[in-house]
Design a protein around this ligand. Structure first.
Ligand SMILES: *Cc1c(COP(=O)(O)O)cnc(C)c1O
Length: 386
């Protein structure tokens, strides 16, 4: 990790406007009043820059946005009420009827659902590609391709896309690129430095870090963020509240420190799972066995602690195993302090016998990794005995 990131989240100038408060106050208000009509009219001419109404600008949210822009090496950032509000608002703002989008087929389910809605209702054309090869994107190009949507790594099978390669291809063709980078956070991946136009996060995950609020963000060039702010942000109105922003700022202070521990614990447990006789494959880009490990080492500065492993066991056995775990809670989402597990079938793959392997997704929280390994082992003993 770039050590500079620790400074960005920890250091500010003395805030003389707020008696030297080290944290920006929560501006708990919907509107901002003006001294005279002239200054009001001036502000109304540029509501995206001025502080007029909180479905636009709010100083607490703006502080958070400026920090994220700095972390992502972006000109600007906009925070939304959730990751999906950021994704849907951005896609809606940038796409028009008749445009074509290329999206990775392992993208977050609701993102695909939203693109399918745009396709059904507004004649936006969508092509889903595997995305592991640059040629997947080249072959899908059409004259009306407007946007390439990436998610790297994906959050089920942890497949990567070549960010530098896709960005160069898109630039040559005059196409926008957008990436969901929630897994890596800016601590471990800075897509704009590889030439990607816009980076998105579900801040609900690692940014918040405490499983207590929802949020999303998009960051990139000022002209693109301006377009998103004018349309998908202002008109859908799914903005982040100042209170949520203050929780996110609290999370942000420790993001790099937490990510270092998540990375370490995640790798310890992924390596442990790889040795397990019932495990066929562990999907973690940090393992040398990952088919795209070389690409991971190039474009990632570290690894998130969410990964999956595949087995030949029936899903029912994996559910029993999940029930037997004490430290891993059963639940969706990830990015908080607590370890989590979900199990299922991987529809995207088939084994030699023609069956879909069963898959478990583990999220490694902040607990002692040795305790988590003991937990995993005691749960296996219960399932294998049964
Ligand atoms: C959770 C998630 C989202 C959606 O974020 P919300 O804050 O739940 O709306 C988007 N992308 C990925 C990869 C996610 O895990």
């Amino acid at each position: 990790m770039n050590e500079e990131l620790h400074n960005i989240v920890s250091h500010d100038e003395v805030d003389t406007k707020h008696s030297g408060a080290v944290n920006i106050p929560i501006y708990q208000n919907s509107l901002f009043a003006f001294e005279n009509y002239e200054s009001f009219e001036l502000a109304m001419k540029d509501v995206l820059a001025a502080t007029v109404y909180s479905r636009g600008n709010n100083p607490t949210v703006q502080y958070l946005e400026s920090k994220i822009a700095e972390l992502e090496a972006a000109e600007q950032a906009r925070c939304f009420a959730s990751g999906m509000a950021a994704i849907a608002g951005s896609l809606h703002a940038l796409l028009r009827s008749g445009d074509h989008v290329i999206c990775v087929n392992q993208a977050y389910g609701p993102t695909r659902q939203f693109l399918d809605e745009l396709s059904d209702r507004y004649r936006v054309e969508v092509t889903y590609v595997d995305g592991c090869l640059l040629s997947d994107f080249e072959e899908a190009l059409r004259p009306n391709t407007r946007l390439i949507y990436l998610e790297s790594p994906t959050s089920g099978l942890f497949q990567l896309q070549d960010l530098e390669g896709v960005a160069a291809l898109a630039k040559r063709e005059g196409i926008l690129t957008m990436i969901d980078s929630s897994w890596a956070t800016p601590c471990f991946q800075r897509p704009l430095t590889w030439g990607i136009d816009l980076v998105l996060h579900s801040m609900t995950k690692y940014f918040s870090g405490h499983s207590d609020c929802l949020g999303g963000v998009v960051a990139g060039r000022a002209d693109l963020i301006g377009e998103i702010a004018n349309k998908g942000y202002m008109l859908f109105g799914g903005v982040m509240t100042p209170h949520t922003a203050s929780l996110m700022i609290r999370g942000l202070r420790t993001l790099p420190v937490r990510m270092e521990r998540h990375q370490k614990s995640g790798l310890i447990i992924a390596e442990h799972m790889e040795k397990h006789p019932v495990v066929n494959q562990v999907n973690h880009p940090g393992l040398p066995s990952h088919p795209q490990h070389a690409l991971a080492r190039k474009q990632l500065d570290g690894y998130g602690s969410l990964f999956s492993f595949e087995t030949q066991l029936p899903v029912e056995s994996l559910k029993k195993w999940a029930d037997a775990l004490r430290y891993f809670r059963i639940g969706v989402s990830w990015g908080g302090f607590e370890s989590l597990v979900t199990v299922g079938q991987t529809p995207a793959k088939r084994n030699l016998a023609g069956n879909n392997p069963s898959v478990a997704r583990l999220y490694i929280g902040l607990e002692d990794p040795n305790t988590l390994i003991e937990d995993i082992e005691q749960a296996w003993r219960q399932v294998i005995k049964a």
